[in-house]
Write a protein that binds this ligand. Structure first.
Ligand SMILES: [Zn+2]
Length: 285
């Protein structure tokens, strides 16, 4: 450690000694010893720099230790995240439909027209029920089977057969038959393969029809209105979000209701009328 310069000691002594003297006396002393003052400043400056260097080294060592701890901690956290990801991936592989296994219906099993929804869920498989989560229902898409005279169950079984045939990806949440029977194929919290880019946020309904016109018979139509109304009520879906497959891709589906715009408008009006009735009943009960 550097010694305090003698002249600085003298300067300080001088200042202390002049404590009882007047201001002018002090000033003259200060002027006289200005050299000493400058030296003192230089001395203390050098001393502070020297101390800073010592402190900096200690800090540097501490910072290095902290850095090492931080690196170790973040490596462990990263490793933990990777392990969790691997475990959840393996869990998905071994459970088929993954975490999305809730099959509880979101709407009443008995529709307002008295028809009971038949749960005939597809076996989880890549081609018709992949188990992907349907997080938010923003609309309902209406289709026709393009397969005149077939039943709801036959169309459901076709979707099921794709697991083996592996020819295409296709399914629907519901199929409504010629006798108004309603078959559910895919739970409402999973996506179905019916509406292309809208699979991810819509519920799909396939309707059976007797002939090539694609017009739904009265019984099928009544079940459709009752089902769509129940879904609109449950998911708070507005009329503009009841759409046709045609509105998604331009495909002529459901054929009759693409070719007859007025019938399509009437269909939506009938649904909204039924929704009003459901809400009325709910408020009364
Ligand atoms: Zn379609």
């Amino acid at each position: 450690m550097e010694e305090l310069p003698v002249i600085s000691v003298r300067f300080i002594e001088c200042i202390l000694a002049s404590e009882k003297q007047n201001i002018i006396g002090r000033i003259s002393h200060i002027m006289y010893y200005k050299e000493a003052l400058l030296n003192s400043i230089k001395y203390y400056y050098r001393k502070s720099v020297c101390m800073r260097k010592v402190l900096s080294k200690e800090e540097w060592l501490r910072k290095k230790r902290m850095k090492n701890y931080f690196m170790l901690g973040s490596s462990l956290a990263l490793l933990l995240v990777i392990i969790i990801l691997i475990i959840s991936l393996l869990a998905k592989l071994f459970t088929g439909a993954g975490t999305n296994t809730s099959e509880k219906p979101a709407i009443d099993e008995t529709l307002s027209n008295g028809k009971v929804i038949q749960q005939m869920l597809l076996t989880p498989n890549e081609y018709s029920r992949a188990g992907e989560q349907l997080n938010k229902v923003k609309g309902i898409v209406i289709h026709y089977t393009a397969n005149p005279g077939t039943s709801a169950e036959a169309n459901r079984n076709y979707f099921e057969s794709l697991a083996e045939k592996k020819t295409t990806y296709a399914s629907s949440h519901y199929v409504i038959g010629l006798e108004g029977e309603v078959v559910q194929c895919v739970p409402l919290n999973e996506i179905a393969y019916a509406s292309n880019e809208r699979n991810k946020d819509t519920i799909s309904i396939e309707c059976c029809h007797s002939d090539i016109t694609g017009k739904f018979n009265d019984t099928t139509y009544e079940s459709l209105i009752a089902l769509v109304a129940a879904l609109c009520n449950e998911y708070n879906i507005k009329e503009k979000n009841i759409i046709r497959h045609y509105d998604v891709t331009g495909k002529m589906c459901p054929l009759y209701y693409v070719e007859h715009e007025d019938e399509w408008e009437k269909l939506k009006d009938d649904v909204m009328e039924k929704v009003k009735e459901l809400k009325q009943q709910e408020s009364e009960s």
